[in-house]
Design a protein around this ligand. Structure first.
Ligand SMILES: [Zn+2]
Length: 51
């Protein structure tokens, strides 16, 4: 399940944050199925989320 933390969405597989729920879901599906991250997805990740 994608987690909403403040205004960001976190992939529970790789723990990266996204500002889009859709992208976070895509990341999670990819991570679960491939046990690796997709570079085209993680390029949208928020590198240093501010709390
Ligand atoms: Zn992920």
């Amino acid at each position: 399940m994608v987690k909403k933390i403040n205004n960001l969405y976190q992939c529970e597989e790789c723990f990266l944050f996204y500002d889009s729920k859709e992208i976070a879901k895509k990341c999670e599906n990819f991570c679960k199925n491939n046990h690796a991250c997709n570079i085209d997805i993680i390029k949208h990740a928020i590198k240093n989320p501010k709390s």
